[in-house]
Design a protein around this ligand. Sequence first.
Ligand SMILES: Nc1ncnc2c1ncn2[C@@H]1O[C@H](COP(=O)(O)OP(=O)(O)OP(=O)(O)O)[C@@H](O)[C@H]1O
Ligand SMILES: [Mg+2]
Length: 294
Amino acid sequence: MLRRQAREWEKSGGMSTAPGEKKRRNPVRVIAVTSGKGGVGKTNIAANLAYLLAMRGKRVLLLDADAGLANIDVILGITPQYNLCHVLRGEKALSEVVVRGPGGIMIVPAASGVREMAELSRGHKLTLLEELDQFDEDVDIMIIDTAAGINGNVMYFNMAAHDIIVVLSPDPTSLTDAYALIKVLNRDYNIRDFMIMANLVRSSGEAASVFNRLAAAVERFLNLTVKYVGYVSYDKLVAEAVRQQSLFTEIFPSARASRLLAIMAETLCGDHGPREDQSGMLKFFGSAVITGND
Ligand SMILES: Nc1ncnc2c1ncn2[C@@H]1O[C@H](COP(=O)(O)OP(=O)(O)OP(=O)(O)O)[C@@H](O)[C@H]1O
Ligand SMILES: [Mg+2]
């Protein structure tokens, strides 16, 4: 799709298939894995979830959207030649950047420490939308590993997803930061649906208590109901897999963390397909979400 056509399409509201755009055979469900506080396990959860979903027959595209500090490539021990930065600069097509990972997952690596990627411009966002629309491989699920916090990129990638999984840890600051993230996404972007998971907990009881504290605050002050989708316990085999630059679900399938994440993958598979957009904003794949400055 040409950029000019994309702009016209954007102006028209992006509701119909743009001129020259390929009609996708199946709807793609886009799931963002996000958090308010850093270091709660997003990258590990996103990559392992992608693998588990691939093992269940889904065609999964995993996007490393942490443009500041990329690390899906690090935890997978791959050294990609190209990354998202090349796509956004218009130097490479998405298909030239995608690398295959465990279970056949398709990975879009991010650039590490590239300043221009710290805040994507409107042009970058448009290019990414075009590239996703043009991407030839069939995809059932796209998982986005976002950066932590509430900067513009984090907002953008969450806004572009059908489902948002907010990862919590038992650390009290992870709760306050998750609350702040949900508040901004709701207030400024009208997002009302959030899935919550707890990571790094010692027990299901601790997971429930972490979730309940967040849910109570969100319900009371934002009048929103959040949905619990599961938990992963603290497991030293996760760190061991990271050391071995492999996915814990692949090399330690019977580890407690792997079994718990598999339950969450089942929950997500049984949940629903791409959700109807309630915010009035359109999403990745057949939709336009453009914000920011040129
Ligand atoms: N369930 C777990 N059990 C043990 N260690 C874990 C678990 N989940 C994550 N970790 C460890 O926590 C650290 C942070 O994980 P990860 O990089 O996935 O977090 P992140 O939220 O993506 O961080 P950032 O915000 O910097 O992107 C890693 O060293 C990882 O090995
Ligand atoms: Mg990360």
